[in-house]
Design a protein around this ligand. Structure first.
Ligand code: ADP
Ligand code: FBP
Length: 353
């Protein structure tokens, strides 16, 4: 890559480097770094990539090489722990508005119209939650973190019937990882994994469309449902202005840290640029906290049922409490200024970039 060849890559979607799933060989990668005398490695990607960066860093440290490894978090899912948001998330939320708008137009143009939009989010429902909050046209948002059910009191079907009676149309947003347990019960198939070990998901949007249609038919309810799957269209667009600025800051921060000899994942933490030890970003995944205010705001914006019993809430609180007590692995000093082994702290704040 030359300055000329990267001059306007921020105006294009996708990646000039190419993306991959699986197929890595950490030793071969580090052999290459060593053979070519590379002393700074920048690794861009999601939570799987940061885990890979950690493995590469560990191998570099094991070999005693003077190489700085900088992880740059990039995923539309916003599922990387510790940081405020990942590069790409803002753009995805913004682009999702177009799909939600289309669903709203289609739904409100029909008698008992339902617009159903599927958004990405394998394990975390951030895109769905923020797109719903931004749009305010959504009547129900379903995410992987919040289990739901279809039949009976407090279920999705009851809510759909009520909402159609009240408003004659409704919009549902579903994150691709939502309701996978329900689908698995009705279509039993063996779990399949992609090359990176991520679970391959069944199409919740299509499944839900059929379930809603069948239910309405059984109730002799006339309705129209339009299912929109904009997932790859959302991921393929160029980043928006806010993500472009964020990306520039991440790049500057990453370069300053690597030049100083640190190895880290870079990111914004509580509004400040920080260098974070790999083990902190890879030991958990960022998920929507359904006992938190943001999800409560969403519920009050859509008026959907929470689908949760008291026991579910207690369980979620306990899981969050346990997740927040992160163990710090012994001897994991990734902040090796000038490659020395001193532990600084879990998060080092960058003063100026
Ligand atoms: N131990 C490792 N050594 C080198 N590369 C790795 C390692 N583990 C994962 N990777 C690479 O990281 C990426 C994993 O990404 P994946 O989980 O599919 O997506 P994301 O990073 O967006 O979450 C793949 O390109 C994979 O080859
Ligand atoms: O079909 P692909 O290329 O595997 O991508 C789909 C995945 O991309 C994502 O948006 C992002 O996932 P990663 O962060 O692992 O790249 C997931 O929510 C989604 O399941």
């Amino acid at each position: 890559m030359t300055p000329k060849s990267v001059n306007d890559i921020h105006k294009r979607g996708g990646t000039v480097l190419g993306s991959s799933r699986g197929g890595h060989d950490t030793h071969k990668i580090v052999d290459n770094i060593q053979d070519r005398g590379i002393n700074q490695v920048y690794i861009i990607g999601g939570d799987g990539t940061q885990k890979g960066a950690y493995e590469i860093f560990k191998e570099i440290r094991r070999r005693g090489l003077k190489v700085a490894v900088a992880g740059i978090p990039k995923t539309i899912d916003n599922d990387i722990a510790v940081i405020d948001k990942s590069f790409g998330f803002d753009t995805a939320v913004e682009e999702a508005q177009r799909a939600i708008d289309a669903a709203h137009v289609e739904a409100s143009s029909a008698e008992n119209g339902i617009g159903l939009v599927k958004l990405m989010g394998r394990y975390s429902g951030f895109i769905a939650m923020y797109a719903t909050l931004a749009s305010r046209d959504v009547d129900c948002c379903l995410i992987p973190e919040s289990p739901f059910f279809l039949e009976g009191e407090g279920g999705l079907f009851e809510y759909i019937e009520r909402r159609l009676k009240e408003n004659n149309h409704m919009v549902i947003v579903v994150a691709e990882g939502a309701g996978q347990d329900l689908i698995a019960k009705s279509i039993p198939v063996a779990d399949q994994l992609d090359a990176s070990g991520n679970k391959l998901l069944l199409d919740v949007g299509l499944w839900l469309t059929h379930k809603i249609k069948d239910h309405c038919k059984s109730k002799k309810m006339e309705m129209t449902i339009k299912y929109i799957d904009p997932t790859y269209m959302i991921r393929a667009i160029p980043s928006n202005a806010s993500d472009n600025v964020y990306c520039t800051l991440l790049a500057h921060s990453a370069i300053h840290g690597a030049m100083a000899g640190y190895s880290f994942t870079v990111g914004m933490v509580n509004g400040r640029h920080a260098y974070i030890p790999f083990h902190r970003v890879t030991s958990t995944r960022n998920k929507v906290k359904i006992t938190d205010r943001m999800w409560a705001r969403l519920l009050s914006s859509t008026n959907q049922p929470s689908f949760l019993s008291k026991e579910d809430i207690m369980e979620a609180r306990e899981a969050e409490r346990l997740a927040n007590r992160l163990p710090v692995p012994a001897g994991s000093s990734e902040h090796t200024k000038k490659h020395s082994a001193s532990v600084l702290s879990n998060v080092v704040t960058v003063v100026a970039v």
